[in-house]
Design a protein around this ligand. Structure first.
Ligand code: ADP
Length: 272
């Protein structure tokens, strides 16, 4: 099983039953091993990516509350050298941010060449939240589909490789995880009452996500729908997609000319 990009409305399967993989699940041990292998691969590939300095990688994580965005960051990117990777989390825009166009704060966080940046929420909130809560006219948020597609196309033409993951959880699993935030004291800090308001708008969010997936999955910035009820499956699928995208670049460490190397060697040998 591997994630396929969203290419048509038909491939947008985000009903509750789609939050789990069908068929037989690998054992916990096997999944853990498979994920560890991909995490290690990402770690090795990222070193070359950093040295090569031609591309940047932007990974967008979107999903409902408790869909596992934080867990993905922790588990999939744990092996990556912190020098080459960073996370940007987007909350409701501040007063200052609201005085700019909605992509202003986003563009400032786009990674430079050689770097991987993970967006924990993103510019897609600027369609989803105002749509669900009817904060701005429909024509304003629908126009953002094209604005985002154009923005991402520009980034991609400038060397930014973009992967977007929608972490898809079911209603029942969200309830279980929200309850865990109350019962597990290491998770109390994560609970926000607003999560319940958003949960009450479940169907409106589903519609908003459908709109985003249908209108902004492009060749240059594809969306992947991740069945995310099972954390281990989620980590494995995302890690594998990231690793394969990096591997496809087929990068090599930049090499110096043999003559230059000879010169360097003799200078080092002669140095004190
Ligand atoms: P998280 O749930 O990501 O761990 P928070 O509990 O602080 O972190 O939630 C962040 C909140 O900010 C979410 O409710 C999200 O919808 C909101 N948010 C993020 N970006 C925007 C935006 N552009 N417009 C409105 N709300 C936003």
């Amino acid at each position: 099983m591997k994630l396929e990009p969203v290419t048509s409305k038909r491939s947008i399967r985000i009903d509750d039953k789609d939050a789990r993989l069908g068929g037989e699940r690998k054992s916990d041990k096997a999944l853990e091993r498979a994920t560890a292998k991909q995490v290690e691969r990402i770690c090795d590939l990222q070193r070359v990516f950093y040295a090569d300095e031609r591309y940047a990688m932007l990974i967008v994580l979107q999903g409902r509350d408790a869909s596992g965005k934080d867990g993905t960051v922790r588990k999939v990117f744990r092996g990556v050298n912190p020098q080459g990777c960073a996370v940007a989390s987007f909350k409701a825009p501040t007063e200052h941010e609201r005085h700019h166009d909605f992509l202003w704060r986003i563009h400032r966080q786009v990674p430079e060449r050689g770097m991987i940046r993970v967006f924990n929420r993103s510019h897609y909130e600027d369609i989803i939240v105002p749509r669900v809560h009817e904060l701005i006219p429909k024509k304003v948020w629908t126009a953002r589909y094209d604005q985002i597609n154009d923005f991402e196309r520009m980034l991609s033409a400038n060397g930014v490789i973009i992967l977007k993951f929608f972490l898809h959880i079911s209603r029942a699993e969200q309830k279980r995880r929200l309850l865990e935030r109350v019962t597990d004291e290491t998770k109390n800090w994560k609970f926000r009452e607003g999560d319940l308001d958003d949960r009450a708008n479940w169907d409106r969010f589903t519609k908003a996500y459908r709109g985003v997936l249908a209108n902004t999955s492009t060749k240059w910035a594809p969306w992947y729908i991740v069945p995310a009820d099972d954390d281990d499956v989620r980590n494995w699928l995302i890690a594998r997609t990231v690793a394969e995208t990096l591997a496809r670049l087929n990068l090599r460490y930049p090499k110096a000319e043999p003559a230059v190397l000879r010169k360097w060697r003799s200078r080092i040998e002669r140095a004190d």
